[in-house]
Design a protein around this ligand. Structure first.
Ligand code: PA5
Length: 524
């Protein structure tokens, strides 16, 4: 890597304490010029989106997450007012909670139990971990982000005896997501058995008129905050979804918003070599041949950014992983994203990255500031932070020597502004990339398909239980049960359901300790 090539492809935005290095992606001299007409179309599509166009045609919706950090950009004055009111409400709730004016049955709220999934959990989890300091935070955040009973129990165990000081924030844009509904019901049951009135400890963030909205209203929850149909789940970190938990934790939400707004301004540039989101999208296009031919490994060398990889996994894969393009052609687009943190991952899968199957490119994130305060020397003149950077630089070079390409994002430190910037940067890069490959980044038909399939499985489970109850004591194997139900095509699903029912004290007994396809089941 020559100094000339590095400086040619190193974009610095000093006012944002931010730099992007694309010099280790081996695009040729003509690539940017060749892509420029498509990039100009992407800028135009993005400008239309920000001006309120129906950028999510399948759902007939506007896409307005950029307005959240500059409400004056919203295309209708009512939207500006709603965004500003929501922000004022968030600040007011946090102030009242911190002062104790809004308190739980057992006193000041010290915990916040966030109940949500996907876009209604990953952003809050990432930000809480990136910016939190347990000794300084005003509240401790806990999450139900699944319908795993044991996972729920583990979280409840950490709140044992403290539910009267725990504020539950139930988040669901649609208000009908089963995992979140179940989490809410489990929380309600736990509060009840602790003798605490859930409604007086709960806030809902959801779409107006949704099932959750109606429950919260009819049960008299503390308050409700809006989720607008023009904000997608995975781009809702800077809506109430992310801002309320962050504000409750005591994080500087205004600084997060300011960071995002600053990155938004920088990434509105139509001068491609100065626009980091455009350059990212173009590098993704080059590295993956515009069809997801390579995976993106996200490697932040900073523990605080570990959940960023998980957050990006959803943002990128749910947005770009699409069967059809905007013209209805089958394209099966997407970019697979995975990663945790360096240098830890060097002792896990980086061996394969360097020497194994060559099916990825890396996005390194380098953070310049090591820690608050001084560091000891672990070797003569050398600190642990020196090692961390050494491992990043060493890995990057070791990969490049073997033809493995990478991008590096450099930030000064993990501040609220920087987190806002990173979120805004990748949101816009995803939007640009979607334009380059002509797909709708803002819908998620695959997620909906999964939800429908689960509902049909639960319907079969109810039928099995009814049948075995009717035939109480009678021993039947899976095939016979499927025949009785007229569901022969679902025999495997029926076996899987019986297998689990028998393991969970649901009245269905398996003759064998661990069921096989021949096992007989009966109701007792
Ligand atoms: O990004 C998305 O749209 C999804 O991941 C949703 O956030 C997720 O399915 C949860 O949906 P909801 O917020 O409606 O409960």
């Amino acid at each position: 890597m020559s100094w000339e090539k590095f400086t040619k492809h190193y974009l610095t935005l000093p006012e944002l304490d931010f730099a992007l290095d694309i010099s280790r992606i081996d695009f040729g001299d003509g690539f940017l010029a060749e892509m420029e007409p498509k990039m100009q179309e992407a800028y135009k599509a993005m400008a239309d989106l920000e001006a309120g166009a129906i950028a999510n045609p399948d759902e007939n919706r506007m896409v307005g997450h950029y307005w959240l950090r500059d409400a004056s950009l919203a295309p209708e004055p009512e939207l500006t007012t709603e965004i500003e009111k929501c922000l004022a409400d968030i600040r007011q709730i946090a102030t009242k909670v911190h002062s104790g004016e809004l308190a739980g049955a057992k006193g000041k709220f010290k915990n916040c139990l966030v109940i949500g999934i996907g876009g209604s959990a990953l952003g809050p989890q990432f930000v809480a971990d990136a910016l939190g300091n347990p000794d300084r935070d005003k509240m401790q955040l806990h999450f139900f982000d699944n319908t795993d009973p044991d996972g729920i129990d583990r979280t409840l165990a950490t709140l044992d005896g403290e539910l009267g000081e725990t504020l539950a924030v139930v988040i669901s844009k649609s208000g009908g997501t089963p995992e979140t509904r179940n989490g809410m019901l489990e929380a309600q049951a736990a509060y009840k058995s602790a003798g605490v009135d859930f409604a007086k400890h709960a806030i809902a963030i959801t779409g107006a008129g949704s099932k959750l909205d109606k429950v919260a209203e009819s049960e008299g929850w503390l308050t409700r905050l809006p989720m607008w149909d023009w904000v997608g789940g995975r781009t809702s970190e800077l809506a109430a979804v992310g801002l309320l938990p962050a504000a409750l934790q005591g994080l500087k939400i205004d600084r997060m918003l300011a960071g995002a707004a600053a990155m938004d301004a920088a990434t509105r540039s139509t001068e491609t070599t100065k626009n980091p989101a455009a350059l990212l999208a173009l590098m993704w296009y080059y590295a993956t041949e515009g069809k997801g031919a390579k995976d993106m490994v996200v490697l932040p060398y900073k523990d605080r950014l570990m959940l960023f990889s998980k957050y990006l996994q959803q943002l990128v894969m749910e947005s770009l992983g699409k069967e059809f393009d905007l013209d209805g052609n089958t394209v099966n687009q997407g970019i697979a994203v995975y990663g945790n943190k360096g240098s830890t991952d060097q002792h896990a899968y980086v061996q394969q990255l360097r020497e194994g199957v060559h099916n990825f490119f890396v996005t390194f994130i380098e953070v310049l500031k090591d820690r608050e305060g001084d560091s000891i020397e672990v070797e003569d003149g050398i600190t642990t932070g020196d090692f961390l950077q050494g491992f990043y630089l060493g890995t990057r070079d070791a990969l490049y020597e073997n033809g493995r390409q990478s991008i590096t994002i450099t930030i000064s430190e993990v501040t609220a502004e920087a987190v806002g910037q990173l979120i805004a940067l990748f949101e816009r890069a995803v939007g640009f990339y979607a334009s380059l490959v002509n797909i709708n980044a803002y819908h998620q038909p695959g997620v909906e398909a999964g939800k429908k399939a689960a509902a049909s499985v639960l319907g079969i489970e109810s039928k099995i239980i009814s049948l075995l109850r009717e035939k109480a004591g009678e021993r039947l194997n899976t095939v016979t049960i499927a025949q009785h139900l007229g569901l022969e095509s679902q025999t495997e699903i029926i076996f899987k359901l019986l297998n689990r029912l028998a393991a969970n004290q649901r009245g269905i007994i398996a003759e064998d300790k661990f069921s096989t396809p021949e096992t007989q089941f009966y109701y007792e």
